[in-house]
Design a protein around this ligand. Structure first.
Ligand code: GLU
Length: 414
């Protein structure tokens, strides 16, 4: 199987070849501008010292400061971070917000770290990044296994080092610490906003639709809830421990109560357990939302997928081989760089509020988010019809064009 970065490059090449861009621009925006790798020690609670490895890849800042999340996971690697960083560049470009793309990560298993260990790891990693991040340089945010608390530690570490409080250095912060209304749910809500646009185009009634959501973290849980708000019946969900399915629809409130108590889905008995849990993707449903990690929909399971609409809540969940199979089957795929762009869009609003020392109201932010995503969806859909390409290629074509035009206009320094 191709690596995530090879997949990102292949997606770029497929779209770039349809555009007339000077070779030097195409080659330069294809590659990350900076790959930082750091090794740093952290003192564990028992006094032992452990070494950790982290990365920050800054892919492109032609249209604005680098922007993208930080993930903590044993699966983190430079290749993955490079892919994720480039997807951020195309994501911010396709929804047209004035940012570039970056991503970071630390190889660690946060479930095995205490809160104090996690704090020390976060603070030391922030220190390692402190010369290359900043409100006008590179603005991290939450991603897999990181959250508002981790962002609060980052703000504090960065601010202490600079002897001034600087909320705009990261987004996805707690509400009482420069965070934005609507940010926590933004990625999941964005998934639902674009799903509703697609259903409208397909002339399908949300109330007659069922959905399976893989991954029940920040993205998957809010996608499930907001889809349910629109009348979509959520029939299947999964987390890292289990997958559950009920054709009559799951009781999301009851599941939330269970998760509050048990932390993981494993052991939930009021729905059918799907084993192995990866088979959840193949269960009957109209809408499939992969909202976990990369490379979940592959050439092996793509032929068995029943959904007519796939909305990529995760980054990179579909391999190019699976893409081809699904496109041939007539499945509509709303690509990650559009489908999960709600998070970074509200991150942009958070950053603007921080810079202006303002606090906007929830309704205003959700309205802005909806307008942004509906517009981007319309542009991608139109490009796909005019150019007779799939939605992923159309989204890349729009994004690459924007970054290429900005590169050409800025020219070469010196
Ligand atoms: N981690 C999220 C993403 O992959 C959000 C990034 C951000 O808000 O900067 O889009």
């Amino acid at each position: 199987m191709k690596s995530s970065y090879e997949i990102a490059q292949a997606q770029f090449d497929k779209a770039a070849q349809k555009l007339h861009i000077p070779d030097w621009i195409r080659d330069s925006i294809r590659e990350p501008e900076r790959n930082l790798s750091v090794d740093f020690p952290v003192r564990m609670d028992n006094g032992e010292v452990k070494l950790f490895k982290g990365y920050r890849v800054q892919h492109n800042n032609t249209r604005g400061p680098y922007k993208g999340g930080i993930r903590f996971s044993p699966k983190v690697g430079l290749d993955e971070v490079r892919a994720l960083a480039s997807w951020m560049t195309w994501k911010t470009a396709v929804v047209d917000i004035p940012f570039g793309g970056a991503k970071g990560g630390v190889i660690c298993d946060p479930s095995k770290l205490s809160k104090t260990e996690l704090e020390r790891l976060t603070r030391r990693f922030t220190y390692e990044l402190s010369s290359i991040i900043g409100p006008d340089m590179d603005i991290p945010a939450p991603d897999v296994n990181t959250n508002a608390q981790v962002m609060a530690w980052m703000v504090d570490t960065y601010s202490m080092g600079n002897h001034k409080v600087d909320f705009a250095v990261v987004t996805g912060k707690p509400l009482f610490l420069g965070g934005s209304q609507g940010r926590e749910e933004a990625t999941g809500r964005g998934v639902t906003i674009v799903t509703m646009e697609a259903l409208k185009e397909l002339k399908l009634e949300p109330k007659k639709m069922s959905a399976v959501v893989q991954g029940y973290g920040n993205v998957g849980s809010f996608a499930s809830k907001t889809l349910a708000e629109e009348g979509v019946k959520v029939v299947g969900i999964s987390d890292a421990t289990a997958a559950i399915y009920d054709a009559k629809g799951l009781d999301l409130n009851d599941i939330d109560k269970y998760l509050k108590k048990n932390k993981v889905l494993f052991g939930y008995s009021k729905a059918q357990t799907i084993e192995p849990k990866e088979k959840l993707l193949e269960q009957p449903c109209d809408i499939l939302v992969p909202a976990a990690i990369e490379n979940q929909i592959t050439k092996e399971n793509a032929p068995n997928i029943k959904a007519k609409l796939i909305v990529e809540g995760a980054n990179g969940p579909t391999t190019p081989e699976a893409d081809e199979i699904l496109n041939q089957k007539g499945v509509l795929i709303i690509p990650d760089i559009l489908a999960n762009a709600g998070g970074v869009t509200v991150s942009y609003y958070e950053w603007v509020q921080n810079l202006q020392r303002e606090q906007w109201e929830y309704d205003c932010i959700i309205a802005k988010l909806k307008k942004k995503l509906v517009k981007a969806y319309g542009e991608v859909s139109q490009m796909s019809r005019v150019e007779k390409v799939d939605m992923r290629t159309a989204a890349y074509m729009i994004a690459i064009r924007r970054v290429a035009d900005a590169t050409e206009a800025r020219g070469i320094f010196p």
